[in-house]
Structure formats: C-alpha cells, structure tokens
Write a protein that binds this ligand. Sequence first.
Ligand SMILES: [Zn+2]
Length: 313
Amino acid sequence: MNTRRRLGGVLAVLCVVLGTVSGCGGGSSPTAPTSVASTPTVWKQATSATSNAVAATNAFREYSAVTRTPAVSIVINAQPGVGASLQNWYSVGPALVSRMFSYSPYAKPVDVFLALDGTWVRDAILRNGWPNKDADEFRTLLNTNSAGTAWAAEVGFLAVAASIQGNSQTPGHEFFHLVQMKWVGNVGSPDGSNIPNWFWEGSCVFIGRQIAGELGFEDYGQARAKDASTASSVTARLIDVKSNDRNGVRPYEIGFIGVEYLVANIGMQKFVNIFDDYAHTRNFESAFARATGASLDEFSSAFEASRQTLLGR
Ligand SMILES: [Zn+2]
C-alpha cells in the first residue's frame, strides 16, 4: 500500500511495490492561462474495454506528437550495481513526458537517482547540489522503501528504490508528478482534500502506462487488463476514491481506468485544462466542470454506467 508523506518542505511521491506511485505537494506558481468553459460533453457509453483503451491511446498519441517544452536534460545517477534496463527506462520515459506538456522549464537538469540504499542516495543528492533537507528526507524514504519504489521531489529530481524497481509505468508516472507540481503545486495529499487521488494518481498511472506502451517497455493492453483486474475489487464510486493511505482503497488502478475513460471522451487538451483551471481557482469540482463542459456528477454517472465494461467484466 501506499502513502504520501510530507517530509520537511519536499513533497514526495510514493511508488508502491506493485508499481504505482503516489503524489506530491507544493505551492509553485501556475503557468497556464485560465481556461474558458468548454462546450458540453456528451459521455459515451463504453462498448468495450478495448475500444475505450484505443480511443484514449489515440488521443494520447496525437497530443504527445507535439513538443510543447524543450525536453529537459535528464541526468541518470545510478548506484553501482543498478541494472542497465532500469537506467534506460528512466532516461527515455521522463524525457518523453517532459516535452509533451507546457510548463515553466527547470533551471537545471532533472536528476534521477537510482539507488540501492539510503546512504548512497543521500550522498548523491548532496553531491548534485540539492538541499540538505532533501538529502536527509530521501535517505529516510529509501531506507524504509517497503511502502514504495519511487518518489518525485518538487525541487526537480526523482529518486528510485532500484532494489525493488517497480513496474514500467513508474518513470512516466513520476515525471508527470513533477509536471503536476509545476502546474498546481504540491497539492497531492493522503486525504485528497485538494485534488482527489483517483484523479491525482490516476492521471499519473494513465500517463505512465501510455509512455511505457509508446516506448515498448510493456504492452499497454496487457498492463491495463492487470490493473483493471485489481480495480475490480473497488466497490466505492470512482469519484469517492479520494484518499491514498495504507488503510483505504487504492486510488491507482481504478483512477487509471477513470482517467482513461475521461481522456477517451474529452481528449488530452481538456484533461490538461482541468489542471490549468485548478491552478487559478483552487477548486477541483468547478475546474473539472469548466474544463470538460460537464459536472463531476454527470461524469460520475456516465463512468459508473460503463464501469463493468471498462473493467472487462
Ligand atoms: Zn504517484
């Protein structure tokens, strides 16, 4: 299971052993313009899990074909003994995410620390010029990594427990947390009081799986089917899956299916516009309604009506 922790000033995103990750928090300045109200959305009844996946994947591919920000320089810092495949995942996955969205660029390269232990990651973070408190916080995270596999720090680096590795959606997932924090700050939280975790984490799993599929790390359909199977155990309505803590419902897999359904219906730009609007209004429900052209309740009704189909049941 998975928790997010606010450690000092750094907002850490947790990636659980099963391959999902959690969110981050922060308070950076929004960079996106206020979005205008969309035309009303008519939610389609899903006819099959596959057709929904194809529609969302097509929307993602069309959007990701455009470079909106120069790709950031990713610097891989690998502890001796870390395998080449993990280093490759973290070289190319974050790079693709970094160029497909608009956000204020980083002043320095984004470090990725692939660590086997906390002592090494602390020293490496310090050696690369990051603050002491970040180094200490991530040493603790690495030393207690039974709850996660990867974390995103708002200041602009990723740290990965390479001994666990996680699954192949993690590189894109974690970098998208950095993008989220660029847009709206470090507002992810275990209780989901700012942005519910089905959307905060579900967005990251969706981006992570799309990136992994696009780059050939995994087969999207197979990975999706596995996540859908996990999500089938969730009985709560999607929009009620707000928290992300060890004792509650996992937001990752059901959130992924929810965001996939969302993108299949409205495309990527309106999905991004939810964050844009939230950056200005700090109200998720109204941001969702303004960006998508439909209320959260209308979306919820449509999703729940298609839920069993989307889960492949
Ligand atoms: Zn995450």
